[in-house]
Design a protein around this ligand. Structure first.
Ligand code: AP5
Ligand code: MG
Length: 214
């Protein structure tokens, strides 16, 4: 099962992608998490990515496509995966379509987690992230057991650099300009499924399971 998650920044793509990966036993591949891990490790890719991410801009397609094509060609991705945060531009979607043709497959589901802009800034300011294992929390809607500490690995939780309100507004603009056209792209491909992302985490997940099957 090859799934991609669409939706604005903060719509809940990462939250739902992790639940999908665990229920269906497929890897969760988040380009944002890959970039953040590279930033933390101080790699060349991380240095390049950071200069774009901190401004709320997209990392250039040529840095992103090869990375994802390489990742989905790994053995653990043979039975499918859930892509979170990729593709995000039409050239990235075309790159994925071409790569899948070569690997002999196609996207099965493009799940658009639909949340209006008004709800987004609130969600982002309450988000806390673990930069070590990639777990995500919300101080109200998905609080960690012990304040400021990751349930999974015990690392200190942080507010992501790009979750400051002024950067969030930039990310929303970039989303509308460059990523929203993918809704039309995957609708034409006949694989688009839209879920109402304003409901609770569990309600959104039930709707997704209704689409993917038990
Ligand atoms: P990325 O890490 O992908 O960020 P994003 O798309 O902006 O999305 P977020 O991770 O912010 O939100 P999400 O939808 O995953 O929401 P979450 O589940 O955490 O990318 C970051 C940057 O990297 C980009 O800006 C770009 O620079 C670069 N980048 C990445 N991929 C790229 C690509 N392909 N090409 C170019 N550049 C790329 O939820 C948000 C919060 O809300 C959490 O606190 C959560 O607990 C809470 N929440 C979730 N669901 C609910 C709910 N139903 N009710 C209440 N609260 C909820
Ligand atoms: Mg995310």
């Amino acid at each position: 099962m090859k799934i991609i998650m669409l939706g604005a920044p903060g719509a809940g793509k990462g939250t739902q992608a992790k639940k999908i990966a665990s229920k269906y036993g497929i890897p969760h591949i988040s380009t944002g998490d890959i970039f953040r891990a590279n930033i933390k490790a101080g790699t060349e890719l991380g240095k390049k990515a950071k200069s774009y991410m901190d401004q709320g801009l997209l990392v250039p397609d040529e840095l992103t496509c090869d990375l994802v094509v390489d990742r989905i060609s790994q053995p653990d991705a043979a039975n499918g995966y859930v892509l979170d945060g990729f593709p995000r531009t039409i050239p990235q979607a075309e790159c994925l379509t071409d790569a899948l043709k070569n690997l002999g497959g196609q996207v099965d589901y493009a799940i658009d987690v639909d949340v209006p802009d008004e709800n987004i800034v609130n969600r982002m300011s309450g988000r806390r992230a673990c930069l070590k294992c990639g777990a995500t929390y919300h101080i109200v809607f998905a609080a960690p057991k012990s304040e400021g500490i990751c349930d999974v690995c015990g690392e200190k939780l942080v507010l992501r650099d790009d979750d400051r309100p002024e950067t969030v507004l930039n990310r929303l603009k970039v989303y509308h300009d460059q990523t929203q056209p993918l809704i039309d792209y995957y609708s034409k491909a006949g694989v688009l499924k839209t879920v109402d992302g304003t409901r609770s985490l569990d309600e959104v997940f039930s709707e997704i399971v209704g689409i993917l099957g038990e």
